[in-house]
Ligand binder design. Sequence first.
Ligand code: ADP
Length: 551
Amino acid sequence: MDIRRRLPSRELPAQNDDVVTAPPPRRGSDALPLPLYLTNFFFTFLFAATVYFLLIRWGEKISTSTPLHVVNLSELLSLIGVIASCIYLIGFLGVDFAQSVFLRSSSSSDDVWIPNDDEIDRLVKIESDLTSEEDEAIVKSVIDGATSSHSLETKLGDCKRAAAIRREAVQRMTGKSLTGLPLDGFDYDSILGQCCEMPVGYVQIPVGIAGPLLLDGKEYSVPMATTEGCLVASTNRGCKAIHLSGGAFSFLMKDAMTRAPVVKFPSVKRAARAMFYLQDPANFERLSLIFSKSSRFAWLQSITCSISGRNLYPRFACGTGDAMGMNMVSKGVQNVLDFVKTMFPDMVVIGISGNCCSDKKASAINWIQGRGKHVVCEALIKGGIVRNVLKTTVEDLVELHVLKNLTGSAMAGSLGGFNAHASNIVSAVFIATGQDPAQNVESSHCITQFEAEGDDLHISVSMPCIEVGTVGGGTQLASQSACLNLLGVKGSSDKEKAGSNARQLARIVAGSVLAGELSLMSAIASGQLVKSHMKYNRSSRDIGPSSQVNR
Ligand code: ADP
């Protein structure tokens, strides 16, 4: 392929990704066309000799009362020698700034590296994933625009090959290397038409395990995909405190995914009529049958309408089995709208989503009415565990909670953010288990409570919008599916208990948030937060043994 970079012999790091325009920084060894040791020797000698000469000369001038600023040619040359050798030596010792200040202005054209013919001969090719000349021709036709990038999978009938060709074309067109973004080791067939279009590789995110989380009498090893140091270790510590205190208990209050289209009528009167029709209990059974036409797992639970002038936002809430349910609920809503249109022909469907749903946006309607799974989870942490494992006191935790999670969040005008870091845990578990990470927005709505109960601490998290599924979307991909399997909630549950896997996953998310809240709040209350972040975020050492410190 065409994309080239400077030869490693010019001491460029092998993985340098800026392949076209960035020249390697000038270094001390480039100053003379000599081997490095000779250049070093030359400048060191020059420095010593010129300084020695100048000192002798100044000594003579002082003894003969000659003004110091009157210099002859040899002294002037010596001064230039001192300055030049200083610049070289400072640069050689790693202070590139010194050289760049002096050299940049004189060679500003170096900022953009355009290889000349000689250099091109010395260039090396980036490792290519292409296997044949035919592939090479397809890459060229993608670059020319003769073949559209998005059609490669269909045209070639080979998803991996399509990804390799697209990747090559992208590198050439952008002039940037994708080295570091792996291509091999992924099943591109598994995402076709489902998860991601026009793939060129995949991002790797480490998965850590927190636990065991003792929840409702059962132990769970919780997979967390994150690049934030401390997060898994901290959640792990929370799990330990919960386990030693007898475990956590979860309660599912509601399970209903929502979709609210926006429909327009000629007048407020007509919009109001439609609203009364949709909300009339006498019509519910009929509407619910129509809603379920497109899926055996979708069952309508309620329709609540908001109205703005002649525009109506009917919010449909429905059970979706083990699916997170966005597709399912959208299809059901479309069925109902088609039917309502026959009764209200003057109704115009403006959009299948009118934002009262509310998907992937913080909203009071979600916070108050819920969306997805509404889970409340609690634990009673013994006073001794708070002191010995969490290194703080019940009193300090409760005070911090009131002033931070309640008062502080109120001062900030928070919406569903009355917690310490629910979204940290929600996001990590979501990514590991193939959930839609964008739904972290409302899924992380959470109010945490820390209350003293005698010597002990009662802690709870109330989360009204946990949007998870164990079928569909990213849940069927190999890595994510393995994480669901670890939790014992992979795929579809038994027919009679449809949805129990997804509901269990929501409980686990809430239980993990409980552990995360407990540990982070304790770290803050005891003043350990910054210390532990310095340890886990900055250290390159194996954290295995050192994580014991936090336990
Ligand atoms: P979503 O609705 O979450 O966006 P999909 O569009 O992939 O997800 O819908 C889920 C699909 O999985 C549907 O086709 C549904 O029939 C199928 N399915 C199989 N088993 C189940 C189950 N136990 N619960 C829900 N859906 C299931």
